[in-house]
Design a protein around this ligand. Structure first.
Ligand SMILES: NC(=O)C1=CN([C@@H]2O[C@H](COP(=O)(O)OP(=O)(O)OC[C@H]3O[C@@H](n4cnc5c(N)ncnc54)[C@H](O)[C@@H]3O)[C@@H](O)[C@H]2O)C=CC1
Ligand SMILES: CCCCCC(=O)/C=C/C=C\C/C=C\C/C=C\CCCC(=O)O
Length: 248
């Protein structure tokens, strides 16, 4: 992502000397991000790929271009997310593309395909734990991201893929997405519940994108974390959701 949480994560990755492909639909935002990165880190360390993640062929090509440019892939972050009136589009961006991005990540990193392993982080939301009447379909997609990622993490363990798969669930973060709650174009008829959403935001507080990047870096660098669901909130900071063990 070229803005919001994605932009903060790119900054942290590049400060840690990673080479990064920034994939985003928004060309002007991507060009601005790339020019900032070039000034700070040099032109060879990043590429911007304009791509709609719901276009499966374009996403496949973006992965291939990244591997062609940097030689291999170690980390995939499926971060694109929207909340909009068109609920089917919301599912395509927030869930279907996360699944596609995970499969493409596995094709390029899994030992199953003779690759060297890696790390995939799928971005969900605290909306998966504390739902809001303001965003039913968004909430459903964020539940879906958790279920899919946890099951894929088990598949990776059992299949010996060598790829860690984790989920990151931020509470409210100060990004352009948060401004969309005010707009009927984004929210459709649920915009009338915006006061409920804003009340919740005032109650729980709003996080800075840099804290989400810190959590992301923890998931990337700690190779003992696999199949985990990280939550980031104002009251508890970075912490992990605990699940009941499955009965046998
Ligand atoms: N901001 C918040 O309060 C929270 C955000 N999240 C999640 O974090 C992720 C990032 O969100 P933010 O940075 O806040 O949003 P943002 O709107 O600031 O950034 C999202 C980026 O995704 C890009 N994008 C949207 N649709 C796309 C598509 N079809 N193809 C490619 N790129 C596309 C946008 O151009 C934008 O640059 C999302 O998955 C969101 O659901 C989770 C919890 C809280
Ligand atoms: C318009 C869409 C923007 C949506 C961004 C998003 O995903 C926000 C969701 C945030 C949270 C869901 C609702 C409430 C939970 C917030 C914090 C809980 C903290 C609990 C605690 O322990 O303090």
């Amino acid at each position: 992502g070229a803005q919001g949480i994605g932009r903060a994560v790119v900054q942290s990755l590049m400060q840690s000397r990673a080479q990064v492909a920034v994939v985003d639909l928004n060309r002007s935002c991507g060009d601005q991000c790339k020019s900032e990165l070039d000034s700070e880190f040099g032109a060879d360390c990043s590429i911007f790929l304009q791509c709609d993640v719901t276009d499966a062929d374009a996403l496949t090509a973006a992965f291939q271009t990244t591997v062609d440019r940097f030689g291999h892939l170690d980390i995939v972050i499926n971060n694109a997310g929207i909340n909009e009136k068109n609920w089917e589009k919301t599912i395509q961006v927030n869930l279907t593309s996360v699944i596609k991005g995970t499969y493409l990540g596995l094709e390029h990193m899994s030992k199953e395909y003779g690759k060297g392993g890696g790390s995939i982080i799928n971005v969900s939301s605290m909306a998966a734990f504390l739902h809001s009447p303001h965003q039913p379909v968004y909430t459903a997609t964020k539940h879906g991201v958790i279920g899919f990622s946890r099951a894929m993490a088990d598949a990776s363990s059992l299949g010996g893929y060598g790829v860690r798969i984790n989920v990151l669930c931020p509470a409210f973060v100060d990004t352009p997405l948060l401004l969309s709650v005010e707009h009927e174009d984004n929210m459709g008829k649920f915009v009338k519940f915006k006061d409920d959403f804003k009340k919740s935001m005032n109650h729980f507080g709003v996080l800075k994108p840099s804290l989400i990047a810190d959590g992301m870096m923890m998931l990337i660098t700690d190779d003992t974390i696999h199949g985990a669901v990280m939550k980031i909130t104002c009251s508890k900071g970075i912490h992990f959701h605990t699940y009941e063990p499955m009965s046998t």
